[in-house]
Design a protein around this ligand. Sequence first.
Ligand code: DGY
Length: 329
Amino acid sequence: MAKPKVFVTRRIAQETLNMIASSTDMELWDNELPPPRDVLLNKVQTVEGLLSLLTDKIDAELMNAAPELKIVSNLAVGYDNIDVTEATKRGILVGNTPGVLTETTADFTFALLLAAARRLVEADRYTRAGNWKTWGPMVLLGQDVHHATLGIVGCGRIGLEVAKRARGFDMKVLYHNRVRRKQADEKAFGLEYVPDLSELLSRADFVTIHAALTPETHHLISTAELAKMKPTAILINASRGTIVDQKALYQALKSGQILGAGLDVTEVEPISLDDPLLALDNVIIAPHIASASVVTRTKMAMMAAENLLAGLQRKLPPNCVNPDVMRRR
Ligand code: DGY
């Protein structure tokens, strides 16, 4: 029997590719950059499985071009690049990679927070530029993290891990979430639930965003919200770029309305080199690498491969975002 055709849109851990290739007719897009749209539309014409990344837009147009498609396995926990409603309508399963990246992403969030608070990137630039002439009592003064107040916006798995790390720094932790967490979690992680986002923004020294991107969270943090923050506050975003209105953030950073920001994500990725944010010293911008550890990316790839192979066999993928597809069959 012919093996099912699959398209993998970027090189991932070799053992995972071997696993996929052993039971499918796999084509790999072995390039640093994503397949251009026309290439992607062409490649999916005869495939039953697609292993996609968050840079691949999986919409109705793509599904129209892929009449055989059974499973889209996204190598990410987020799946805002996929029109899940459309996939479900067509009986196409969608898989994602939750859990395995939680702690790695929380570690990186904390790295961004510490680096922004203590001006680490600026300090490195200062040293390399030959500005380190002596120990200076007023040089590169930053903000204390210990005993400061952290406001977590979107407190799911990753938010909770960030809260855990914050406890080691004796921080007070506030959180705002669609649904209040169980009392046991609040107690275990020392969390204070703040139902009003404005209140959280006005009380926090550090605001960190971990909400999923949905129509409701698009530009959740814009001019009015930034105006609520303290002039000494720092905004961290390791979720999705469009949750923060980047033009409003630029104005707030430039005018000193807030002190700084640490971003792992931007509205347009990659950020354009002429974006005004890049001219500011009080923002750190990383290229969407919060989950990028060797171990975590390997685990994510393995999970994505398992989801893909299950979907090809019409089995429920271990991590499926639209299990309704199975019930309807
Ligand atoms: C995700 O998984 O959604 C991250 O943004 C990349 O790891």
